[in-house]
Design a protein around this ligand. Structure first.
Ligand code: EPZ
Length: 429
């Protein structure tokens, strides 16, 4: 298995191009199942999760084409892909495929809305918690689907198509909102989605669906209204920048020191996280190319955070922020309210010399003066990258195992950091 070797202690200086958002690209690709026309998506990151979803969609009969390189494009400037679901031959998503990536469960909504049936494996547990799908199924039932669980599969059917309804989520769910949007887009009548997720990725999906002919208002607010249409058409859409990748590199600079421009990204996608970073002492400015993050030698101030649905502090940046706080001056309290088991990085950060105490959903981080490199590993994507950040700031060598987690969500990680002066390399197994 590949490993990443880091020799820490070098500040980051230069420019990092930010990729298209994985968590926007995935639902956008799934939305291709809503139409027999071609959906062209630009700025799609080259990631293992994207490749896995291409395989899953291919199993349903979706054709996939990668548009050739254009002038000025590098292997890091995102790819343009075309997806055409004109010959869907199978409305079943098998366990072997769905278990490789949870988000693929969302295919249930477009399959059901367009073909009246879908059989999709339950995704099962994952490293960051139980992550049930009850609210996704509730949304589909409200839209008139009949749902049964049979042999580990959700079997969903509708007799005469889905029907508009009032869907009131008792808890904010990104996946639930994606599923409700895709189902309602082709339902008969009006759907109101209350307590909808406001994440930028939800807005991106809604904007793409609108280009495909859907009638949606209110995306980005807690109340989305969808007037169903009989059919959707093809469209071209550019995936929005990855706010989690942006925040991750911003935290890396805040921790190692230096001066980096994060290119092709937008501050409004993660304002609360940037506000928190500024409070720790990093200088954050908007520049025409994107966002500039600077930190000089002055110490890192300790700040408390609580993860929350957007526009709150994202759970997908919690591990990275904890890495930063391990070197803060004083105590930081980090509360995780979205996932019940998202502290796997704590034990690994401790291997680098961090002082962290867990108390239920609260991590209490006592800043230390320095971290020292060590072999570490992690069991999810964001936890793994928190170890990269910590390794960059630690003295000596850090070796990160199970690199496949990073490949799921960070495009060209070593190249992007390496060009800014980081001493980081991949050792192929
Ligand atoms: C999305 O997951 C993201 N994944 C996650 O990113 C992200 O952490 C999460 O949203 C929260 O922002 C993708 O976009 C592919 P949720 P999702 O439904 O949609 C509970 C990463 O590292 N819940 O908003 O699965 C759930 O257990 C990943 O890129 C139910 O109880 O998350 C959680 O506590 C990890 N029942 C909360 O809601 C349900 O039916 C929010 O989950 C659904 C969710």
């Amino acid at each position: 298995m590949d490993r990443i070797h880091i020799t820490g202690g070098t500040p980051l200086n230069g420019t990092i191009p930010i990729s298209g958002a994985k968590n926007a690209a995935l639902p956008l690709m799934i939305a291709s199942l809503l139409t027999g026309d071609t959906l062209e998506l630009a700025n799609v990151p080259r990631l293992a999760d994207i490749a896995a979803l291409v395989r899953i969609l291919g199993n349903h009969g979706v054709d996939h084409m990668v548009v050739g390189k254009r002038p000025g494009q590098t292997t890091e400037t995102g790819q343009t892909i075309r997806l055409t679901a004109s010959n869907v031959i199978d409305t079943t998503a098998p366990y072997e495929l769905v278990s490789t990536m949870r988000a693929s469960f969302w295919v249930i909504a477009p399959l059901l809305a367009r073909f009246g049936e879908a059989k999709v494996s339950l995704p099962g547990g994952c490293a960051i918690g139980t992550r049930p799908v009850d609210l996704l199924l509730m949304a589909l039932e409200k839209l008139g689907a009949r749902i049964e669980i049979d042999g580990g599969y959700v079997v969903a059917k509708t007799k005469n198509g889905l029907r508009g309804a009032e869907i009131d989520f008792p808890k904010v769910t990104v996946g639930g909102t994606h599923v409700a949007l895709m189902g309602a887009a082709l339902a008969y009548g009006t759907t109101v989605i209350a307590n909808a997720a406001r994440e930028p990725e939800v807005v991106d999906l809604a904007e793409c669906l609108i280009k495909m002919g859907a009638r949606i208002t209110g995306a980005g607010t807690p109340r989305i209204v969808v007037e169903g249409v009989a059919r959707l058409n093809g469209a071209r859409h550019e995936v929005l920048p990855d706010r989690i990748e942006t925040g991750t590199y911003a935290m890396a600079v805040a921790m190692t020191g230096g001066d980096v421009i994060l290119e092709n990204t937008r501050a409004d996608l993660l304002h609360s996280a940037l506000d928190v970073l500024a409070t720790t002492g990093a200088e954050i400015t908007q520049v025409p190319e994107g966002i500039r993050v600077r930190r000089n030698g002055a110490g890192i101030a300790a700040v408390d955070v609580t993860t929350d649905p957007f526009p709150g502090f994202p759970t997908d940046l919690q591990a990275q922020f904890m890495a930063l706080m391990t070197l803060a001056q004083g105590q930081s309290r980090i509360r995780e309210t979205i996932f019940e088991n998202r502290f796997m990085h704590v034990q690994e950060l401790a291997r680098l010399g961090a002082k962290i105490r867990l108390d239920g959903d609260l991590a209490i981080v006592e800043g230390v003066e320095r971290l020292k490199g060590a072999p570490v590993m992690a069991t999810d994507l964001r936890a793994s990258v928190s170890l990269v950040i910590a390794g960059l700031a630690a003295e000596g060598e850090t070796q990160i195992n199970r690199v496949y987690h990073l490949d799921r969500g960070f495009e060209a990680l070593e190249a992007k950091l390496g060009r800014c002066g980081a001493r980081i390399e991949r050792v192929r197994a």
